[in-house]
Design a binder for this molecule. Sequence first.
Ligand SMILES: Nc1nc2c(c(=O)[nH]1)N[C@H]1C(S)=C(S)[C@@H](COP(=O)(O)O)O[C@H]1N2
Ligand SMILES: [Mo]
Length: 307
Amino acid sequence: MLIRRPPDIKPSEITPRGLYLDRRRFMLAAGALILLPGAAGAALRFDGAVKTRWGEGLDVTSVEDATSYNNFVELGSDKSSPKRNAAALVTRPWSVTVEGECLKPGALGVEDLLAPHPLEERIYRLRCVEGWSMVIPWVGVPLGRVLQRFEPTSRAKWVEFTTLHDPQRLPGQRRAVLDWPYVEGLRIDEATHPLSLLAVGMYGDELPAQNGAPLRLVVPWKYGFKSIKSIVRIRFSETRPKTTWNIAQPDEYGFWANVNPEVDHPRWSQKKERRIGQFFKIKTDMFNGYASEVAHLYAGMDLARDF
Ligand SMILES: Nc1nc2c(c(=O)[nH]1)N[C@H]1C(S)=C(S)[C@@H](COP(=O)(O)O)O[C@H]1N2
Ligand SMILES: [Mo]
């Protein structure tokens, strides 16, 4: 159940009454939000999200760190600028086009896209190719469940994702530091893998703009740049999509981008990582710790060549 929590009500006083995102309540809550622009307590709460087994034993990164140290080039190039520029990214209304090799293409509001699915909370590691990592409690739905509703055809071998292209709302797009809009892609079996998440929230709240509001991908076994933010288009395709960082520097950023401590980036060793909030570096795990769940997807591939 999605509940807008007025600032004066403690979370403990709200009884979660159901597990499903209710479309009418979402619209109501969204309407109320429009009437309360910028109010600090106006965020949606996802109190009813189903807790899951993911993340057991991991120390969650502080919400302060996860929302103030970001990579979102469209909102600025250093780690502190996305938060500073967050107000530019207005996310209501928002719609997502789903198209390409599927029987039921469409353009849907975020609420329609998510309404039939139970929201889950999943604590995942996020490992940036630059060598830092975080542990974040995401709120979202498995991407595969959403994709399946559009009935991809047998020609849908890949899925392409595109970020909003609007220099008004994403002022970093006024500078040609990357080819805009930001695009990413997954092979269909990666996209429909149960770990792949379409996230709408974190730490029980809706996503802050700097973390990719109103919806983003989270693919926890891959480097962070695969987890594309502020998505407006999803396209099923027969051919492998181009991806932004691979276009920019193909020798540094591969299409696959599976976290792999054995394959170094030309400028950075990938053997260790700095968990934000901790002092000592820690060892990076193969597939970011999700090897038992995803290694089979890459059986027979040379991961040093297909990095
Ligand atoms: N559209 C878009 N998505 C993006 C990026 C970006 O610059 N633009 N940066 C990526 C990178 S490199 C990382 S590490 C993660 C960071 O997510 P976070 O800021 O929520 O930790 O977002 C990814 N998604
Ligand atoms: Mo990153």
